[in-house]
Design a protein around this ligand. Sequence first.
Ligand SMILES: O=P(O)(O)OC[C@H]1O[C@](O)(CO)[C@@H](O)[C@@H]1O
Ligand SMILES: [Fe+2]
Length: 214
Amino acid sequence: MTQLFEPVGCKVDLQTGAMSDATGDYQKRFRDLEGLYADADAFSAMQAEWNDTVVYEVSEFRPNERSGDLIFGVTRMLPGKVGTEYFVTRGHIHRQADRPEIYYGQKGRGLMLMESPEGEIRVVEIDAQTVCYVPPYWIHRSVNVGDEELVMLFCYPADSGQDYDCIAKAGGMRARIVDDGKGGWKQVDNAGWRMRDAATIAALYGHQQKEETA
Ligand SMILES: O=P(O)(O)OC[C@H]1O[C@](O)(CO)[C@@H](O)[C@@H]1O
Ligand SMILES: [Fe+2]
């Protein structure tokens, strides 16, 4: 017998980034983000003041993790920079890499930094009321390039999962987003980035092949 879930209407509080009726939330503090930024000295210098500060926070509604259902929620991220590099989320590819995601800007100025398995970079600017589509197979990371909090709604298939190793093994994402010195941002190369080998790329695309032939 089919079990019906109860519909729900969640209110987003733009000031706090909280969402009513959330089933869970998590915080990432400055100390959790070590190693993400190019300038390790700048990171260390900020630690005394910033260590316990929540840099970003996620409030989500996760009915279950079944194929066909959706997880949605709100991410709230502080403005700031480590050296010249704007604050970022850890970033990930979906464990089921063929699963997409939608982000909807609510407040602030941000962007979605995306990288294909082969290392192509795309950037989509996300201001309030911009919807960003992250297609299947793209690694994605949010960046706050504004001077106020960035609040974005997100929604993705409930069985997507998150794989963080994909970025770590490549030495980060291929591009970094830094202050351009004119109040804006620019994209620069990450000198530590290593191209994925063919087997790793095939494995990222392979999940779907397995499903299709199953
Ligand atoms: O999971 P990360 O890379 O730390 O970033 C958090 C963001 O990504 C999500 O996991 C959604 O994919 C959200 O929770 C949030 O928008
Ligand atoms: Fe995601």
